[in-house]
Design a protein around this ligand. Sequence first.
Ligand SMILES: [Zn+2]
Ligand SMILES: [Zn+2]
Length: 186
Amino acid sequence: MSISKLLSNILRSKGLDDDHIEALEESGITEKEDFKLIGDYQTLIDITGLEEEVSINVMTWAVGLPVVKEIQEEKSESSNSIIVESSDIVKCVHCDAKQPKDYKSGDLCLSCGNQAEPVQNCHWCLSSGPGKYCRSCGSEFVGSSDFEIALFLKREGESKSAIVSKVNEMTPLEKDNMWAKIRRSR
Ligand SMILES: [Zn+2]
Ligand SMILES: [Zn+2]
């Protein structure tokens, strides 16, 4: 099985050379339908090692439009409308601006220039930093209202991973009881 003359001519017009076409054949591609099965240009790159640009050209021709981009945009739109406040969308604490998708903990807000997330204290190692996790010890931060409880659990000998899940699972009543214990222990 090999790529027909017509298909290879079309592929050449999309910027492929003999090596590219050979790579397609080696990965089992022989007809236009195969590109539909592949589905997006990234997968095409993954299985053939083609350059991104020609890969996009080919997939645009075979499947129509830059497929990956379109799907990603649809996904992000639909997920935004369903889960309005998805946990991975970070909003600036100062100006409420949504941070970009590639936002990393500690980045400054693109719209006001302040640190987008509040700085939290780590109940485990007592260092502080932005984000969901402590950069020094890796523990997840607990909310500031639960900080004392987390400290107390640590004194009680709970493990680093157990503390956060315990705190998150506690009912308000259990937290009240914890506070009573904390006050007695002072
Ligand atoms: Zn801001
Ligand atoms: Zn820590």
